[in-house]
Design a protein. Structure first.
Length: 279
């Protein structure tokens, strides 16, 4: 009986491990910023997993000695003790990094916080874009954070254009609060083999993809393959600041949403053992 129980627990462990392997196989790239020196430039930083080159970037993009974390529903992301800081400068290619070229639907995710955007009525613009080279609005799919009116700033979806794109109007962002942003870049078929749709999910709470995104945009990027993640800022004052953490790129929703950690799995197994012993 004891042997049987142990076998069942082992079988459960193997099942969970199998789940873990299949989910991580879909994860292409991950960056937590934990391994770099605080205060160092992001340019040249070359750790993280699965990237095809080092970060390139401007002097305004450096490693911050604070991490971002997120808890919402079934999703818990522990961003550790460091993140990427962008301070007071604007550039189309503020920081960029390459990943394995993707020609089918892919996902990206990151944690976002700003201590300044929305603190005053000045317009501050932030964007994470995906493309196949240097930024031009028309060649990219993106999520942006922009002034809606006055001090109100909101996220928006933007693809294949230099301005505009629909705002996610359910959420006025707040300074110093961390948001989980998930993006899905796909092809509707209306633009041949080119990517032409971006869906943005703000603060999702489920380990499976919601049926409807927070906001989406469509337009022909003229790009059938994408391999560059970039960060763009515009209209910043010298004191404006953004903090970003836990960048992920993957081919499934689950791959860019951290699954229950090893601690959670250990607790589940421990619980199973306890139940068996009580019987
Ligand atoms: Ca981190
Ligand atoms: Ca500004
Ligand atoms: Ca500002």
């Amino acid at each position: 009986m004891i042997r049987k129980s142990a076998f069942r627990v082992c079988a459960a462990a193997v099942g969970l491990a199998g789940l873990s392997v299949s989910a991580s196989a879909a994860l292409l790239s991950h960056e937590s910023f934990e391994t770099y020196s605080e205060g160092s430039a992001i340019s040249g930083a070359n750790d993280g997993q699965g990237w095809t080159g080092a970060w390139a970037g401007q002097a305004a993009a450096t490693i911050a000695g604070t991490g971002l974390s997120y808890s919402g529903g079934d999703i818990n992301i522990d961003g550790g003790g460091q993140a990427l800081r962008i301070l007071g400068d604007s550039n189309n290619n503020m920081a960029t990094r390459t990943f394995a070229p993707q020609s089918d639907t892919f996902y990206f995710s990151f944690l976002f916080q700003s201590p300044t955007a929305g603190a005053e009525t000045e317009r501050d613009f932030f964007q994470v874009w995906l493309s196949d080279g240097s930024y031009s609005g028309t060649n990219s799919a993106s999520v942006a954070h922009d002034q809606f009116s006055g001090a109100t700033h909101r996220f928006l979806a933007r693809i294949a254009k230099n301005s505009g794109g629909p705002f996610f109007n359910d959420l006025d962002t707040v300074v110093n609060e961390t948001y989980l942003v998930v993006g899905k870049v796909s092809k509707t078929g209306d633009s041949g083999a080119n990517f032409d749709r971006v869906d943005i999910f703000i603060n999702p709470t489920t380990l499976t993809e919601p049926a409807v995104s927070s906001v989406f945009d469509t337009g022909d990027t003229n790009r059938s393959s994408m391999s560059v993640l970039g960060i763009r800022t515009a209209l910043l004052e010298s004191t404006d600041e953004y903090l970003l953490d836990e960048f992920r790129i993957g081919t499934t929703w689950a791959s860019v949403i951290p699954e229950p950690g090893s601690l959670a799995i250990a607790m589940m197994l421990g619980g199973a053992m306890l139940l068996r012993r009580r019987r």
